[in-house]
Each structure stands twice: as C-alpha cells, then as structure tokens.
Design a binder for this molecule. Structure first.
Ligand code: GLC
Length: 546
C-alpha cells in the first residue's frame, strides 16, 4: 500500500499563518510556510475545514462544502497552494464533515422553509409530549441533543452544537450528495480525506438511553455504518489508485475498526480512535481530572497495535489534534523536561505500526495555553461547559484549572513562529490570543538549536520514510507490566528495533537481552546499551539489532 512510509502534518488553518493582517490564518500564509514543512519531511498536510461556515464550531459547521470562506482565500489561492505543495512532494488531505451541516447550509434553510425534500435530509422527529424532546440523548457540547421547531411541532437532532444539524444517512440522496462533494474535491486534485466523526452517521434507533447517558450506544458504529462507508468509497475516492483516507471514530471498538480500515476491505485506509486520550479522564468524564493511568495507556496501545495488526488493519497514530490539549503538558512535563519529554512522546508514538500524525506546534513542543480568564476562551465546547460547571457549583478557580488542562483552545492558539508580537502569526489582532510560551518556545529559536525537538521529529520521519522495519515490521510488546516504561519491538525479516520510553521524571530500570543491539536514536546524548538499562527522566531510546 502506498501510505506506510508517510507522515501526515495537521494544519489548523485559522491559527497557522496570517498573510493579510486580519488576525486569521489563511491559504497564502500557509504557502509562505511550505518550505518549513518540506524541511521537516512530512508527506501530507491535513487541513481542518476552510469552507464557508458561520464558525460556531470553527468550520465544523459547514454552510457550503464547495467554496472557501473568503477569510481563508479563494479557489485560485488553493490551486496555488496545491501546486506549491506538489512541487515539494506534499499531498493534501481535506476534512469532510458529513455527520451534520450548519443550520446556515442551504439544505437546512430549505428544510426550515418547509421543503419536504430537504426536510428528509435531516432528522426531524415528534417529541414525547408537550415540551419534551423525542428522547433523553445529550449533545456532545452539553444540553439536549434535540432542538424544537415550533412551526413543525418537531425537533431536529444535533449531536453537537444546536447549529450543527445531523444529516439523515438513511436517505440515499444525502449519501449521493456526500459522494458528490468528495468528487468535487477530487476534481480539484485532492486525494486525501479525513472524515469527521464518521462512525456516528448510522443511528440504530431513537429510544431513550436506559442508562441516562448521552445515547451514544444508539448512534456509534451503527448497523449500516460499514455499508455506508463501502458505498462512499465505491462512489468517490475508491476510484483513485492513490488516496489516503482516515476516519475519525468516536468511542469506537477494535472489532469495528478492523473492518473500517482493513487492507482487504473497501472502506477506509486508517482510523483515529481516542481511547488512549481518555486515560486521564476520571470515570471517563472529560471534565474531571485525574493523572494519566499509565498502565491503561500501555494496554490500550498494545491492544490496538496487536488487534489491528492481527486483522490486517491500519491505525493512525497521534497524541495531538485540534480537539486535544497539548501532549507535552498532558503526558510529558512542560517545565524542566519539556524537550526530553516531547522527544520521548514522539519516539514512543512514531515507531509504532501505523501512520503518525503531527499537529502544528507539536514538533517544537508547544505546551498548553494556560489561559487564566474565561474571556480568553473562544471554543464553543469550553464556553458551554464553563456554564455547566458553574451551575454545578464549581468555583471560578476550579473551572479555569479544568479548562487549562482540557480545553480544545489549548491546541488552537496561534502557531509560534518567533518571539515578535502574536508569535509571528499575525500583525493584526489574532482571533484567539497567542499563548505566553511563545517568547521562549518558537520555530525561530528551534531552528538554531541542533538538539531541538524539531530535529528529533525530522529523524523519526526520516526513519519511517527509509526503514522497512518501521513501515511494515511486526509490533511485539515488551515489559508489559513495567510501571514506568513503555517498550516494544518492531521486527521484520532483516531487522529488529527495540523502543524504550520512560514516561516519568525519575529513573526507570529494566532488564532485557540487548547484547546485539546498539543505539540508533536517543533523546539523551550518551545513552549506553546494557542488559540492565537505567533510563533517565523521560529518556527514550531506539535500539537497532547489529
Ligand atoms: C470532530 C472535530 C471537532 C468537531 C466535531 C463536530 O470531533 O474534530 O473539532 O467539533 O467533530 O464536527
């Protein structure tokens, strides 16, 4: 397959680089930074949505799937971007948001005007009684998942914000519209697609959640999910020899993912799953903090690596994205061991079996934003949950602390290019404030540092591009009960790599038979190979068989 030697870089366009001083990132800004990305060595860029949107959910509320929001630029700008990226051997991946549209989309507007054809594009249902929604499902952004429309005396479903109305995938016309949109972008030369929350499109029934939970058991990995993906594949991207597709799978299972992303299947190339990013959720609750449960993190990685491998399926590998706090703050140590721990996290992830994704700023070790006042937050999820937590009686201080750890805005602050105003992102007023860390953590200072996190990422990317064992080797877990070290081997017919990563700020010791191994890459200058290894704080080492 054509993607096992590739690494994807994710750009959050709104925060990457502004070229016209309006405080928004844009396509021309991205073009001006392509050399930086080419130098890093990545093969693909995934762009979060840049199409027309009221921006309630930063573009995941799509009002027009086929035109760029003018704040990002024009189709001509995009054609230039595409050509300039191609010159540098970089492919483009677009984000397709097909579970829902914005209520500003013309389909929804027609539905609201009473056009029956378009009403059937969405999920309208009668309530259970006066003032009562059809069921007890909760929106992922807080509150009921249903909104009442008086003139129909019906409610429409929105699993996300009230302005993001769910599409009805049982309607073949909806499915055809979505395939047509993918085909439109294919005709513009786009062959990479990320499908947003795509495992939520098949709803099984509309009954109450008996556990009084959010209802996800009735709409996650639903009964027609695989059929819909096969159909979309057949009617669109599956017609290209060379494509790269990834599905964002919310609360999914290995059993479903081995089908979504099977080498012999006809659905997608790979999947994002999120279980490993919930190991610091207390009782699975995002807004309740606990330190990471390292043993479950290890077990989840191992289960997914092996489960997918044994079935011939493929994982996307990631610590960060626009919805997650920064990994160096979360699983590493963004104070005294920022560099060591950022490199350790990269090493542990990039050597696994699957396709690594790097989120903008991760390669320079950007930490969380640590905003101190609610007025600094922009994200709809954060501002909604702020109100909910207030109602629950939490203090301002507690809530801000929770947001500092969990808010999606931690990932969305401007890319830190240098130490000039607004981190070099814009010379206008940025739509979201830059994080204070830009004074010290920025690309400019990184590029002058031969020992930087960025250089470490370059080396990991190079390894994936050039080493068969990284691309195709089997994953074999090691030291599974070790409380501080995550360890595994990658092995093919000719080579073996052993990867050891200490996830803690203290030394960690391990005994292994390493007689025939030598250091290939380490985040410390003087790592010694011994059968009794003593890894220093956040030390991560890749050993290669001689
Ligand atoms: C996905 C996106 C997220 C968005 C949500 C609704 O999880 O990554 O940013 O809010 O879907 O579209």
């Amino acid at each position: 397959m054509g993607f096992k030697d590739k690494v994807v870089y994710q750009i959050y366009p709104k925060s990457f680089q502004d070229s016209n001083s309006d405080g928004w990132g844009d396509i021309r800004g991205i073009i001006s930074r392509l050399d930086y990305l080419a130098d890093l060595g990545i093969n693909y860029i995934w762009f979060n949505p840049m199409t027309v949107s009221p921006q309630r959910d930063n573009g995941y509320d799509v009002a027009d799937y086929r035109s760029f929001d003018p704040r990002y630029g024009t189709m001509e700008d995009f054609e230039l971007l595409s050509a300039e990226a191609a010159k540098r051997g970089i492919g483009i991946m677009f984000d397709m948001v097909f579970n829902h549209t914005s209520t500003e989309h013309e389909w929804f507007k027609k539905a609201m005007a009473g056009d029956e054809k378009y009403k059937k594009y969405y999920i309208f249902r009668k309530g259970k009684g006066p003032g009562l929604p059809p069921n007890n499902w909760q929106s992922k952004f807080a509150g009921s998942a249903w909104e009442y429309v008086e003139k129909f005396d019906e409610w429409y479903l929105h699993l996300f914000d009230v302005t993001q109305a769910d599409l009805d995938w049982t309607n073949p016309e909806v499915r055809q519209e979505c395939a047509d949109i993918v085909n439109f972008w294919r005709s513009k030369g786009v062959h990479g697609f990320r499908f947003d929350v795509i495992n939520l499109i098949s709803k099984s029934s509309f009954e109450d959640d008996p556990n009084n939970y959010d209802g996800r058991q009735f709409y996650t990995d639903g009964p027609r999910e695989h059929e819909y993906l096969e159909e979309l594949n057949r009617n669109s991207f599956g017609q290209d020899d060379d494509h790269l597709t990834v599905g964002e799978m919310s609360s999914t299972t290995i059993a479903n993912c081995v089908r979504y992303a099977n080498e012999n299947g006809k659905e997608l190339d790979m999947v994002f799953s999120f279980h490993h990013l919930k190991v610091d959720y207390k009782n699975q609750m995002k807004w309740e903090l606990q330190p990471m449960d390292f043993m479950s993190l290890k077990k989840l990685f191992t289960d997914w690596q092996i489960g997918m491998q044994e079935a011939g399926a493929w994982n996307a590998l990631f610590w960060n994205c626009h919805d997650q706090p920064r990994s160096v703050s979360r699983f590493g140590n963004d104070k005294e061991y920022r560099k060591e721990s950022a490199k350790m996290l990269a090493t542990a992830l990039h050597m696994m079996r699957g396709t690594p994704y790097i989120y903008q700023g991760e390669e320079i070790g950007m930490p969380n934003a640590y905003f101190t006042d609610i007025s600094q937050y922009v994200d709809v999820e954060s501002t909604n949950i702020y109100k909910v937590l207030k109602e629950q009686g939490k203090s301002e201080e507690e809530i801000i602390h929770i947001l500092q750890e969990r808010s999606r805005d931690n990932a969305r602050t401007p890319m830190q290019w240098d130490d000039t105003d607004n981190a070099g992102f814009t010379d206008g007023k940025p739509w979201i404030q830059a994080a204070d860390s830009y004074h010290t953590v920025n690309v400019k200072s990184t590029l002058n540092d031969p020992d930087s996190i960025y250089r470490h990422y370059q080396k990991l990317i190079e390894m994936r591009k050039t080493m068969h064992v990284v691309q195709e080797g089997r994953f074999i877990p090691l030291l599974q009960d070790h409380p501080k070290i995550y360890a595994y081997e990658r092995r093919d017919e000719n080579d073996s790599l052993i990867v050891l990563s200490n996830f803690y700020a203290e030394n960690a010791e391990a005994d292994l038979d390493l007689e025939n191994y030598e250091v290939y890459l380490s985040n410390y200058a003087d790592t010694d190979v011994k059968n009794h290894m003593v890894l220093r704080p956040y030390e991560a080492v890749i050993l290669k068989r001689k």
